[in-house]
Design a protein around this ligand. Structure first.
Ligand code: AMP
Length: 211
C-alpha cells in the first residue's frame, strides 16, 4: 500500500503513521524526521534547513523532492510506505506523481484551536521518536520515554509563534492538495479530533478495501 498522510501540523499524522506502519509492515517516511536527523548530525543539508524548520516555513521543493526520491528508491519502500508530511505543496505532488502510483491519501481533519493545544504540549523521545502529550498522552515517568527509556524533548518549532506560522503555511501551501487528490479520487477523509485509537479505527476502515 502506498499512502500519503495529509493534514495540518498536530493532526496526529506522525502518531498514526507509526501505528499503521507497524500494523501493515510498511515504512513510515517522514520528511520532517529526515530534516531533523540532518540537523542533529550537522550535515550540509542540516545546515541549510535548520533556520527554515525553526521558523516553521517550508524547505524548498527541489531539496525536499530529491530527498524523498532517494528514500523511495530504497528496497524497503518497494512494496509500500506511508508518506508522513510529504507532499506539502502542489509542485511536490506533481513531481511525486511522475514516479509513484498511490493507493490512497488519508486526509486528517481537525480544528485550529485543537492543533494549538496539541502542539503546545507535545513531547518527543530523542531516542526512538515516540510522541507524547503532557496532558492528553503523558509518559508514565515525566520526561522519560515509556518505550525505550530515552529522554523526551519539545521540538523547537512547537513554540506558539512557530505553530501559528506553520498553520498559516499549511492553509496557503498544503491545503490545496485536498482538492488535488480529491479530483484524483484518492482522498479518504478522517476526523482526527478524538483519540489516537478512534482515528486508527477510521483509518483501518478506510484502508480495508486495499488489503
Ligand atoms: P513535520 O515534522 O512534518 O511537522 O515537519 C517539520 C518541518 O520540516 C516543517 O515545518 C518544514 O519546515 C519541514 N518539512 C517537512 N516536510 C516538508 C515538505 N514536504 N516540504 C517542505 N518542508 C517540509
Amino acid at each position: 500500500m502506498k499512502l500519503i498522510f495529509l493534514g495540518p501540523p498536530g493532526a496526529g499524522k506522525g502518531t498514526l503513521a507509526g501505528l499503521v506502519s507497524r500494523g501493515h509492515g510498511i515504512p513510515q517516511i517522514s520528511t520532517g524526521d529526515m530534516f531533523r536527523e540532518a540537523i542533529k548530525n550537522e550535515t550540509a543539508l542540516g545546515k541549510k534547513v535548520k533556520e527554515i524548520l525553526g521558523r516553521g516555513d517550508l524547505v524548498p521543493d527541489e531539496l525536499t523532492v530529491d530527498l524523498v526520491k532517494e528514500r523511495l528508491s530504497q528496497a524497503d519502500a518497494a512494496k509500500g510506505y506511508i508518506l508522513d508530511g510529504f507532499p506539502r505543496t502542489i509542485p511536490q505532488a506533481e513531481e511525486l506523481q511522475k514516479f509513484q502510483d498511490l493507493d490512497a491519501v488519508i486526509n486528517f481533519a481537525i480544528d485550529d484551536d485543537l492543533v494549538v493545544k496539541r502542539l503546545s504540549g507535545r513531547e518527543i523521545c530523542k531516542n526512538c521518536g515516540a510522541i507524547y502529550h503532557v496532558t492528553n498522552m503523558p509518559s508514565k515517568t515525566k520526561g522519560v520515554c515509556d518505550k525505550c527509556g530515552g529522554p523526551l524533548y519539545t521540538r523547537p518549532d512547537d513554540s506558539l509563534e512557530s505553530i501559528t506560522n506553520r498553520l498559516d503555511v499549511y492553509r496557503r501551501q498544503t491545503e490545496p492538495l485536498i482538492d488535488f487528490y480529491r479530483r484524483k479520487e484518492l482522498l479518504r477523509d478522517i476526523d482526527s479530533s478524538k483519540s489516537p485509537e478512534d482515528t486508527h479505527r477510521q483509518i483501518e476502515k478506510a484502508l480495508a478495501s486495499y488489503r
